[in-house]
Design a protein around this ligand. Structure first.
Ligand SMILES: [Zn+2]
Length: 111
């Protein structure tokens, strides 16, 4: 009985924090991913980065596809402040970095 408990707590302590990304998951990475996505949209032979834009919804929701998570991620702009649907505890993640770039591009010329 007590053996089982020890094993499970050991497994938990081996996971450092709740980090589920292999990358650093920073704003900068999102900006880089945006550049890669732009390149791949213009040049089909270019490699697409980990993130790509699926679509914008009502100008304040951005639907992304994250190839590392293999799932869609929604970033909502709440009063101009982006909030990531995948990394709830993180105010700075690569999805937000990517979305800030998308929002800036959208303001300049409609996608
Ligand atoms: Zn995120």
């Amino acid at each position: 009985m007590s053996d089982r408990k020890e094993k499970s707590s050991e497994a938990n302590s081996n996971q450092r924090g709740t980090k589920k990304f292999s990358s650093e998951n920073t704003l900068d990475e999102g900006v880089i991913a945006f550049g890669e996505w732009l390149m791949s949209a213009e040049d089909l032979s270019a490699r697409c980065g980990p993130l790509s834009l699926r679509k914008m919804i009502n100008d304040d929701e951005i639907l992304l596809f994250d190839a590392m998570l293999n799932q869609d991620v929604i970033v909502k702009m709440i009063g101009g402040v982006p909030e990531c649907g995948a990394c709830h505890n993180d105010t700075e993640c690569m999805h937000i970095g990517f979305s800030i770039c998308v929002a800036q591009m959208n303001r300049r010329n409609a996608i």
